[in-house]
Design a protein around this ligand. Structure first.
Ligand code: PLP
Length: 387
């Protein structure tokens, strides 16, 4: 494929790397020349079951031959089945489906506002956190408390306030009678793989409960087994009111969702919110397999075990390593560029990501095994040895 030719036809909004893949198998990808790459980025924390997973591929193909899309004017069986699995395995009661993380957060924000509108309480302010990432729609970039995502897109929607991550006093200072909710990533993904402190979340949760403020979590990246539990909130002793999901849910097929408590979900009466594609046959047929696999016996234990193994092996490089399950970051000092390491790794057949200021990000398919991890560490040893 001719990259320069492709650039002539595509918007210049992505700084694409000069690689193009044609096939994948398990945790491995192959480029046009047949060169093999170990993928520890998973299409940005999306491909939970890796590539060409037999059950996932089979169910998508089967579904495509029956019905791909029919709209929410009718009942969609796999949509109901996926909702049932999500509800039975979370603290939520009802599910709404959309197509991406930004859309899920957009729905979450609208639901918060509508809930208090129905309660006739004049609350609409949402507190989010510095270093967060919630997506690219106007409301989502406003929730995203990082100026670089907002620059040039003003005026932004009103009603968002920014607290410091892991700093309860900064939240207390922002609370007033208009505060409707907090929205938080329990591990900030794009912000640099920053986990929320247990003690901070405990205090934040109590603060919300004491003040009638909804506690909502963006699990677009942390959800669907990524951290070794189905949802990251299950590592903390809390029950969020609304959870947003996307990335890993469809194993690569676009899908997003929010799960909410009944009392809150019931504010989305007919006419308040909708999505043409949301939860269609193809996407939910994929999500069903992803969830069944992740919830199968021993799957999540393996994610935890292999995540610990990857962490231990990465720690031998001597840089700070953080994260949970298979969502891991390694911080580099200023003089070593994580981006350069990422590019060198690509040349050596290893796909990894970067996040935050200078963090290497490891979010491999959840099916990764120890010998794959060993291979990744060997490649990194070679690259970092050259530094
Ligand atoms: C990726 C991401 C989003 C945005 O998802 P899109 O599908 O790109 O819209 C939102 N929140 C978090 C935590 C994410 O990691």
């Amino acid at each position: 494929m001719n990259f320069e030719e492709a650039d002539k036809y595509l918007f210049p909004n992505y700084a694409r790397l000069p690689y193009s893949f044609v096939k994948g198998e398990g945790c491995y990808l192959y480029d046009e020349d047949g060169k093999k790459y170990l993928d520890m980025l998973s299409g940005i924390a999306v491909n939970q079951l890796g590539y060409n997973h037999p059950k996932l591929t089979e169910n998508i193909c089967r579904q495509a031959k029956e019905i791909i899309h029919i709209s929410n004017l009718f009942y969609i069986k796999p949509q109901y089945e996926v909702a049932k699995i999500l509800v039975e395995n979370s603290c939520g009661d009802k599910v709404f489906f959309c197509n991406s993380g930004a859309e899920a957060n957009e729905a979450l924000i609208k639901l918060i506002r509508r809930y208090f509108y129905d309660k006739k309480e004049n609350r609409y302010e949402i507190i989010t956190f510095e270093g967060s990432f919630h997506g690219r729609t106007l409301a989502a970039i406003t929730a995203t408390a990082q100026p670089k995502y907002q620059e040039g897109f003003q005026p932004l929607p009103e009603g968002f306030k920014y607290a410091k991550f892991n700093d309860i006093d900064s939240v207390i200072q922002l609370i007033n009678d208009k505060t409707a909710a907090v929205l938080i990533e329990l591990i900030q993904g794009e912000g640099g793989v920053n986990p929320a402190d247990k003690e901070f979340i405990k205090k934040l949760y109590s603060l919300c409960r004491e003040n009638g403020i909804l506690f909502t979590v963006d699990e677009v990246q942390t959800g669907i087994g990524r951290t070794g539990k189905l949802f990251a909130y299950q590592h903390y002793d809390i029950e969020p009111d609304i959870i947003s999901l996307a990335k890993g849910l469809g194993g690569g097929v676009p899908i997003g969702a929010i799960i909410a408590k009944d009392e809150i979900a019931n504010s989305f009466v007919p006419g308040t919110h909708a999505s043409t594609f949301g939860g269609n046959y193809l996407a939910t047929a994929a999500a069903k397999v992803v969830l069944e696999e992740i919830l199968s016996d021993g799957f999540l234990d393996k994610v935890t075990e292999n995540g610990e193994y990857l962490k231990e092996r990465l720690k031998t490089f001597g840089y700070p390593v953080k994260g949970l399950g298979l969502m891991i970051g390694m911080d580099f000092p200023e003089e070593i560029s994580a981006k350069d390491i990422m590019k060198k790794a690509l040349e050596n057949g290893l796909i990894i990501g970067t996040a935050g200021k200078n963090t290497l990000r490891f979010v491999p398919p959840l099916i990764i095994q120890k010998d794959d991890i060993d291979l990744a560490v060997n490649i990194l040893e070679k690259i970092l040895g050259e530094k």
